[in-house]
Design a protein around this ligand. Structure first.
Ligand code: CAA
Length: 536
């Protein structure tokens, strides 16, 4: 087994420069290679900037910064790599470029040197098969930003010498990374789960029914991920997301894996995200930020009908925002005069003073509440009442919108409103502004199963179960990949077990009724039926 002390990284874009930094900080001698002297110098600029940032944050000493840079040789000559023990290719995702580099390396490096690719989307087997020694070709897939994220996917092909994959795995551990060893399948583990989640968010944005800020808040605040999906697309690069979509779709033919039309358009337009200054967002210095409606649109009076913890939370939150709140308990709803109240929130609560939310009774008491308000009133229905409304029970003249309060995460607590046909933009603005003033992060999306947060989350979870069902990865591998590779605070299976397979399965089944491209994983349904967690 070759002992790795000299490493070369070819291609000094965002990923290549990050990988160079990781190895140089790990005290390896590194050749940092790009096609021209100018590109190699640009790469030096990326690495230096990142190290300078670490120094300014007090994470690296000035002396270590110098020592790290001294370990790196920036060059435009592949022929310099004669004594490299490991070469990692991180050039653009085009098979012909990869082939030409690996073919050239065959004539330059020692026969026992390891050749690795950081490809996110191309077939490692195809790259390996085009070389003279396919047994030494392996995937070593880092995640952006490489200096921060711990995951390294080590991709084995059917041609690889097991000792080569073992060496790369050991090396990843030595660098302080978390390796997951997987076979050569489109998207490997992390991208195969992350990219469909991102592309669903893009597709939803493209419908015009959800704003980009709401989509990002759904991921960051609602699910609790480090970034929202559109911001993450801009970080990863829209071209990369598009390429992975294409490869995934080629492999699966699942409609949900196809690259959304808007993504294709942005890539064709050269808006690739942060690296080009524009993607879903504009990163130029003079770009404005998305403003919410502000507090101007908020209501000054509201009513909360029903009792229990949620009712109390809402009453307190509205009052804290300066809204005059009328609290009405369940049995009094019929006699309360709510005419002229612009916003009424109806909460369930069953036996303890709210309403019984079974069957026809919901219909009856929603009718009672709506009979006491006038046509301009927006009625929000929370908890199980909102589920009932989402399932299709709607008042005729009154806007009855489902409201979902999600679990609080690091970013805050999402209050999500399902918008039904006929709701006016002013009504939506009033609801958003009032919820925001009350301390929630408002999200407005179509009043369909899952609205935005669960529509994204449940399908993401369903995909993870399908991957496990296909025998490609274990639930533990998936959770390592998503926490270490995408910064998720908890793995997908940890989230799934907490929510309960039955809740997620029901949600996915509901979504599948409206969208035939959503296919509930049989393994998810089995876990739901037997009430079995995935992680023991
Ligand atoms: N280089 C080095 N360090 C960086 C960095 C970079 N490019 N970007 C951020 N950091 C460091 C910061 O210095 C900071 O360090 P300290 O906490 O020690 O000060 C830390 O990371 C956190 O950064 P910030 O406080 O600026 O911002 P944040 O808390 O929002 O974290 C983030 C930024 C690390 C990018 C985080 O938001 C995150 O993990 N996002 C998810 C990213 C993700 O999913 N990546 C995978 C994409 S898929 C992929 O890459 C594979 C593929 O093939 C497409």
């Amino acid at each position: 087994m070759v002992s790795v002390t000299k490493v070369a990284v070819i291609g000094l874009g965002t990923m290549g420069a990050g990988i160079v930094e990781v190895f140089a900080k790990g005290e390896f001698a590194v050749y940092a290679v790009d096609g021209t002297t100018e590109l190699a110098e640009r790469g030096r600029g990326f690495v230096t900037k990142s190290l300078d940032r670490a120094v300014s944050k007090g994470k690296l000493t000035e002396a270590d910064r110098h020592a790290t840079l001294d370990r790196i040789t920036f060059t435009a000559e592949l022929t310099d790599l004669v004594d490299a023990d490991l070469v990692i290719e991180a050039v653009p995702e085009r098979m012909e470029i990869k082939h030409s580099i690996f073919t050239a390396l065959d004539d330059i490096v020692r026969p026992d040197a390891i050749l690795a690719s950081n490809t996110s989307s191309l077939s490692l087997t195809e790259i390996a098969a085009g070389t003279r020694h396919p047994e030494r070709v392996v995937g070593m897939h880092f995640f952006n930003p490489a200096p921060v994220l711990k995951l390294v996917e080590v991709i084995r092909t059917v041609l690889v010498d097991e000792s080569v994959a073992d060496t790369v795995r050991e090396l990843a551990l030595q660098l302080g990374k978390k390796p997951v060893v997987v076979g050569d399948r489109a998207g490997f583990v992390a991208n195969a789960l992350l990219i469909p989640y991102l592309s669903r968010a893009i597709a939803l944005y493209e419908t015009g029914k959800v704003s980009r800020v709401d989509l990002d808040n759904a991921g960051r605040v609602g699910i609790g991920l480090p970034m929202g999906p559109l911001t993450l697309c801009d970080l990863v690069g829209l071209d990369v997301v598009h390429e992975v979509c294409k490869v995934m779709y080629d492999a699966t033919k699942r409609p949900s894996d196809a690259s959304p039309s808007l993504l294709r358009q942005l890539v064709l337009a050269g808006r690739l995200g942060r690296k080009t200054g524009q993607g879903f967002y504009d990163y130029s210095a003079d770009a404005g930020v998305d403003e919410d409606a502000g507090t101007d649109a908020m209501t000054t009076s509201a009513a909360v009908v029903g009792e229990g913890e949620l009712a109390t939370q809402l009453v307190d939150a509205f009052a804290g925002a300066g809204v005059t709140v009328t609290a009405v308990d369940g049995p009094a709803a019929g006699t309360a005069d709510l005419a002229g109240t612009p916003l009424v929130v109806v909460v369930g609560g069953g036996a303890d003073g709210g309403f019984d939310t079974e069957g026809d009774e919901v219909d009856d008491w929603l009718a009672t509440v709506t009979s006491t308000v006038d046509a301009r009133t927006v009625v929000l229905t929370a908890d199980e009442v909102s589920e009932f409304v989402l399932a299709g029970v709607l008042g005729e003249d009154i806007a009855i919108l489902p409201l979902r309060l999600h679990q609080e995460t690091k970013g805050g607590q999402v209050a999500e409103v399902g918008v039904i046909l006929g709701t006016t933009p002013d009504q939506v603005a009033m609801v958003r502004a009032t919820l925001a003033a009350a301390g929630f992060v408002p999200i407005a999306g179509p009043a369909r199963p899952g609205v935005v947060v669960d529509a994204l989350l449940f399908q993401h979870l369903n995909d993870a179960v399908a991957m496990v069902d296909a025998g490609y990865a274990t639930p533990q591998d998936v959770d390592t990949a998503m926490t270490a590779g995408c910064g998720y605070p908890r793995g997908l299976f940890a989230i799934l077990d907490e929510l309960g397979a039955d809740v997620v399965a029901d949600g996915v089944v509901e979504q599948s009724v409206l969208d035939p491209s959503v296919v509930p994983s049989p393994l998810l349904l089995e876990h739901a039926a037997r009430d079995l967690p995935f992680l023991s």
